[in-house]
Design a protein around this ligand. Structure first.
Ligand SMILES: NC(=O)c1ccc[n+]([C@@H]2O[C@H](COP(=O)([O-])OP(=O)(O)OC[C@H]3O[C@@H](n4cnc5c(N)ncnc54)[C@H](O)[C@@H]3O)[C@@H](O)[C@H]2O)c1
Length: 397
């Protein structure tokens, strides 16, 4: 009997090996068991090129409307990709475009499997990373200086009065400069999103920055975070959780000795770097989930990894692959359980939870892809191919 998912889900298809996995997940695990109202957008590189990237903008706006989306990994084209796919231009990162439309925070959380021990001995519970997804070096202007001269930071208020100029550096010779920014609105919604996530998951919230050195820029992030956390103090107490501000270097040192179970809120660059550190510490990129949460409470789920290009080229040559589909499956279960909660359909949420459990017990039962087989304890006698793993999950489901 099929379970009906009441509300719509925006589905964004993607590229390369993850596009192949995506289709298998739908055909083997979801479509035989669920009736879904999917709003399909093909974000594969060819379709983005055909539509001059309009399809990415339409897909992001559809998430705004429907509230829930699920996204397959996509190619962010560079010069080599422009040549490979004969593209009109190197289109922007789809994730960057979507994030700037939804203005969200990205939360990454590893999937814990008993037979995959974390590289860090003390880690027992998942460490979630909340990455601010706006500004800093990701929206910077940079300039390479060819010789001696003066670099200044200039702010001209609207209306032109009260102009401020700050000396950056008197260059005696060649060098390089960069200007970065952030907005109070975005920082505040980042802090609010992290607080809501921590309260929802009943986990402590850590925030780390470098306000001792960057007293104004990083200091402003700290001020906003402290203020927003203070405003929710009663909720923190009710849930029995804590907010802690730490210097980023202290946070890094402490995370290596902690047992996990916290949300670690990071500025944009720290989140980019630390989420890969945490993913690899917990085993594999194939076990890292990712969700973009907008300040209005819209959710876009995806796997944290890319399109697994190397496996795709093997696949094109007709060679068997062993690509981990776990994080992509969890992207779907994340979207389904969110839909279930929003629609008041517990049977949909229960299906999502059961699928997640089956995936974990399949791996714990010794069936896993090559990336996991290499680090599992005990090691399985052989690893499963991409399709074999999905078949094993489907059989147990
Ligand atoms: N969210 C996204 O859409 C996203 C994120 C990152 C990269 N990308 C894109 O993906 C493409 C490939 O990028 P990349 O190679 O740097 O990143 P990648 O995540 O695809 O691969 C990085 C490494 O991890 C391994 N790996 C990743 N996921 C795996 C899985 N599920 N199973 C087994 N091994 C796995 C790969 O074999 C590779 O060695 C690029 O075009 C990039 O633009 C997209």
């Amino acid at each position: 009997m099929s379970i009906t998912v009441k509300g719509p889900i925006v589905e964004m298809d993607g590229d390369e090996m993850t596009r192949i996995i995506w289709k298998m997940i739908k055909e083997k695990l979801l479509l035989p068991r669920l009736t879904m109202d999917l709003k399909y957008f093909d974000l594969g590189i060819r379709r983005r090129d055909e539509t001059d990237d309009r399809v990415t903008i339409d897909a992001a706006n559809a998430v705004k409307e429907c509230g829930v989306g699920v996204k397959c990994a996509t190619i962010t084209p560079n010069a080599a990709r422009v040549k490979e796919y004969n593209l009109k231009q190197a289109w922007k990162s789809p994730n960057g475009t979507i994030r700037s439309i939804l203005d969200g925070t990205v939360f990454r959380k590893p999937i814990i499997v008993k037979s995959i021990p974390p590289a860090v001995r003390s880690w027992k519970k998942p460490i979630s990373i909340g990455r601010h997804a706006y500004g800093d070096i990701y929206k910077s202007v940079e300039y390479k200086i060819s010789g001696a001269g003066t670099a200044e930071l200039v702010f001209t208020p609207e209306g032109g009065k009260g102009k401020v100029s700050l000396l950056v550096h008197e260059f005696k010779g060649p060098g390089v400069i960069m200007g970065i920014h952030n907005t109070e609105k975005s920082i505040r919604s980042f802090a609010k999103a992290c607080i809501n996530y921590a309260l929802g998951e009943k986990c402590d919230l850590w925030f780390g920055a470098k306000d001792t050195i960057s007293k104004t820029y990083h200091g402003f992030f700290k001020e906003v975070f402290d203020h927003e956390a203070e405003a929710r103090r009663a909720d923190f107490e009710k849930q029995g959780i804590r907010y802690r501000y730490m210097l980023i270097d202290d946070a890094v040192a402490q995370i290596m000795k902690a047992e996990g179970g916290m949300l670690w809120a990071c500025m944009n660059y720290d989140g980019d770097v630390m989420s890969d550190m945490v993913a690899s510490g917990f085993g594999s990129l194939g076990l890292m989930t990712s969700v973009l949460v907008s300040p209005e409470g819209k959710y876009l789920y995806e796997a944290a990894h890319g399109t697994v290009m190397r496996h795709y080229y093997e696949h094109l040559k007709g060679n068997p692959t062993s690509t981990n589909s776990v994080a992509s499956i969890f992207a779907w279960t994340g979207a389904l359980s969110r839909r279930g909660d929003m629609d008041g359909t517990p049977e949909v949420t229960a299906f999502a939870r059961r699928l997640e459990q089956v995936v974990v017990t399949t791996i714990e039962g010794g069936v896993m892809t090559k990336d996991l087989a290499a680090i599992a304890e005990p090691k399985p006698a052989k690893f499963a191919l991409t399709e074999e793993f999905l078949n094993a999950v489907a059989n147990r489901l």
